[in-house]
Design a protein around this ligand. Structure first.
Ligand SMILES: *Cc1c(COP(=O)(O)O)cnc(C)c1O
Length: 359
């Protein structure tokens, strides 16, 4: 029976390994500093009086709220179940299975490749240079790609992509490919990002999310920003009711001026926390900070990363192993948390090395 079921499997999926989300890897633990979630849980009001009805496909309050926040026209916004669904929607809309390719620049966010694989779309890979900048020449030599994924600030290196590099890539691919700039962490960076450039580049797409700075990973709400033309094609493919009514209510409250002020003050606090986490890591001679700090996490190298990870897990402290990514051997990524979480993380790391030295 199990064998019969296996024979039915889409043959492109045999080799696929599912995305090892932080939550799938470890469901226990008490301190979750492994998925770049916000430590804040803000409160919202729900009105259940219309929950018997199907929701709007693209709730106006959410679309207008985000357009306003991002400084784009409402016709340039589509909302999805997290930015992850935006990634998949782009691939399903603009790549023909078995024929077309996307381009990624590892080390980077894992979902671009996973979504391409599930859709039987090819993956061309142009690794980042040693300083984690884009290899613009090598990228522009790839003439067989439909989508170019660029993550800025990049997960997991925390690096911002040079604006001139992105401009050069947008111009090179102007008549050839769509360039997707994933700005899941843009609120934590001192950079305005690319949303305001959409009118200047017909092939520019910007991905955003409420999962990180807006502290709403649990509601699954993301945004794809692009020219009307691109949005119209995505609208052909998107599910009929992608945004549950409670999600729309919460998202529109988060995007009110009060909601945005709250995000700004929480981001300011998290950026202070990030500085204190970075200096604590820096002070430890066994650890080396890798990349830069433009998002809500710190990447660092530790020669004893397996033992350290195991020790942290035993103590209910979860961070993320990034060592399988190209160029990131022995690298771990810790999300910026609240004071108590960070203090516990630093104390555990200190104790780990003190015990080792004593042993
Ligand atoms: C977290 C993350 C996303 C996904 O965000 P969701 O809106 O929660 O799906 C997309 N891109 C990057 C780089 C991320 O780190």
């Amino acid at each position: 029976m199990a064998n019969m079921i296996e024979t039915l499997l889409n043959r492109h999926l045999h080799a696929l390994r599912p995305y090892e989300s932080a939550r799938r890897l470890f469901s226990g633990g008490q301190d979750w500093l492994n998925a770049n979630e916000s430590p804040y849980a803000n409160t919202y009001d729900l009105d259940a009086s219309t929950f018997n009805r199907y929701p709007d496909c693209q709730p106006e309050a959410v679309i207008n709220g985000y357009a306003n926040y991002a400084g784009v026209k409402k016709e340039q916004v589509i909302t999805t179940r997290g930015a992850d669904e935006g990634i998949e929607l782009l691939i399903r809309t603009f790549c023909t299975p078995g024929e077309d390719n996307i381009l990624i620049c590892p080390p980077t966010y894992g979902m671009y490749a996973i979504s391409a694989e599930t859709c039987n779309v090819g993956i061309k890979s142009v690794p980042l240079k040693a300083d984690f900048s884009l290899d613009v020449n090598a990228i522009c030599q790839q003439d067989d790609v439909n989508l170019v994924f660029i993550c800025s600030p990049n997960n997991p290196t925390g690096t911002l992509v040079d604006a001139d590099d992105i401009r050069q890539i947008l111009t090179h691919f102007r008549d050839k490919a769509i360039v997707v700039v994933d700005e899941a962490y843009i609120e934590f960076a001192s950079d305005v990002g690319w949303a305001r450039e959409i009118d200047n580049y017909p092939n520019l797409v910007v991905l955003r999310t409420l999962s990180k700075a807006f502290a709403l990973a649990g509601i699954r709400c993301g945004f794809t920003l692009a020219n009307e033309n691109i949005i119209a094609f995505l609208m052909k493919v998107i599910a009929p009711y992608p945004v549950p009514a409670p999600v729309a209510q919460i998202a529109s409250q988060a995007l009110s001026s009060r909601g945005i002020e709250l995000v700004q003050s929480q981001v300011a606090q998290l950026n202070q926390q990030r500085a204190s986490l970075a200096s604590a890591i820096e002070e430890n001679a066994e650890l080396e900070i890798i990349g830069s700090a433009n998002a809500n996490f710190i990447l660092f190298r530790c020669e004893q990363k397996d033992a350290l990870m195991q020790y942290l897990v035993e103590n209910g402290m979860l961070i993320r192993d990034q060592s399988k990514q190209p160029g990131l051997s022995n690298c771990l990524r810790a999300t910026v948390g609240n004071d108590a979480q960070q203090k516990r993380l630093i104390d555990l790391i200190t104790t780990f090395f003190t015990d080792r030295r004593a042993a």
